[in-house]
Design a protein around this ligand. Structure first.
Ligand SMILES: Cc1ncc(COP(=O)(O)O)c(C=O)c1O
Length: 363
């Protein structure tokens, strides 16, 4: 789906140099690279603070804890995302209240959000799925009317923008993932919590280090060991400088796919809403449901990778199966979506081969 080694070939010298000096520095946890990366990422994202963490999942958990979400609270979120979105809510003891999606962007439908707000709702957690920004203006207005904080799950959307503003600066806080396949990927796990709220940033710094404040050996609450490490931060600093160029290359691939595929009546290519700048973490199209799985098999026979993100809704996952949720549009998406290979280094001839095989499989 993504050639990470080809990406490394383009930036290897800088990466190996950064790793060498980080290794020789003798500081491996919460050192100068993490500090510098936090500053550079916050500036890139238009936020005041960024806190480097172990993973995107931890960024969600720590974000929810810092917002004061407690056992028994409800958090309204999308029914169509990676498991970690809902898992984080459940792991702080809260209950995910799943809302349905907009069929064209696959993101939370603002009207469905409004309908799920109840007396126990304490936050709204939109996901910028596949790199397309969620409808933050509408969801933000609902959050404000109801006095609820917004925590963005921006794991898939580093570099995406809405109305010219980077996602990650559109709510009270945002969680990013640096899982290797992400638009900004580490060579291991990593995550980031971003906010312009100083108190929230302080809480997140405390929670990532066993709940300890200024004095390392005096914990104010239970926390986690969830620190971004120096080697990953050194890599991320190099890759952040290339991110805009890499994201533009992803769009080049997306444009080439759209050019070739949008005339086919059975393919619905991804859209970009007015004002939105899609980061194309995934290139996810829709096919008629009876066609999707046979087409996928044909592609696999031709040696072409494809993926189904996601084969089930969050409400269909075992730990959430007891929760009441009406998600007909998310369920339909699970039967129709197909993601094609995408990445900054995909060549014109690779794109052509994917398109040729896909069109042939449909004919
Ligand atoms: C939407 C979404 N949320 C959360 C996560 C969790 O991130 P991580 O794998 O870094 O824990 C991921 C990615 O894996 C994701 O795609």
């Amino acid at each position: 789906m993504l050639d990470l080694v080809a990406e490394l070939d383009q930036i290897g010298d800088e990466i190996f140099e950064a790793l060498g000096s980080a290794l020789r520095s003798g500081r491996y946890i919460l050192g100068p690279n993490v500090e510098a990366f936090e500053r550079e990422a916050a500036e890139f994202l238009g936020a005041r603070f960024a806190v480097g963490l172990n993973s995107g999942t931890d960024a969600l958990v720590i974000g929810l804890r810092a917002l004061g979400i407690r056992p028994g609270d409800e958090v309204v979120t999308t029914g169509f995302s990676f498991f970690a979105t809902a898992e984080a809510i459940a792991n702080v003891g809260a209950v995910p209240a799943f809302a349905d999606i907009e069929p064209d962007t696959f993101n939370l439908d603002p009207e469905a959000v409004e309908a799920r707000i109840g007396p126990r709702t304490r936050a709204i957690l939109p996901v910028h799925l596949f790199g397309h920004p969620a409808a933050m203006d509408e969801i933000g207005a609902i959050a404000e009317r109801n006095g609820l904080p917004l925590l963005e799950d921006a794991a898939q959307a580093f570099g995406a923008r809405l109305g010219g503003r980077p996602v990650g600066s559109l709510g009270r806080a945002a969680a990013f993932s640096f899982f290797p396949s992400k638009n900004l990927g580490a060579f291991g796990d990593g995550g980031l919590l971003v906010t312009s709220d100083e108190d929230l940033a302080r809480q997140a710094r405390r929670l990532r280090d066993h709940g300890a404040g200024r004095d390392r050996y005096r914990s104010e609450s239970l926390g986690y060991n969830s620190r971004l490490d120096e080697l990953q931060a050194a890599i991320l600093r190099v890759k952040l400088r290339r991110l805009e160029a890499f994201n533009r290359s992803r769009r080049r691939v997306a444009d080439a796919y759209a050019e070739r595929l949008r005339r086919n009546a059975e393919i619905a290519t991804p859209i970009e809403r007015p004002g939105a700048w899609h980061a194309f973490h995934q290139y996810t199209l829709r096919l008629p449901d009876r066609r999707r799985d046979p087409v996928r098999r044909r592609l696999a026979e031709a040696g072409i990778a494809s993926a189904v993100y996601y084969p089930g809704t969050l409400a269909q996952q075992a730990p959430f199966a007891h929760l009441e949720a009406e998600l007909p549009r998310a369920e339909q998406a699970t039967r129709e979506v197909l993601s094609l290979p995408i990445g900054p280094t995909l060549s014109e001839s690779q794109i052509s081969r994917v398109c040729d095989e896909l069109v042939a499989a449909l004919s």
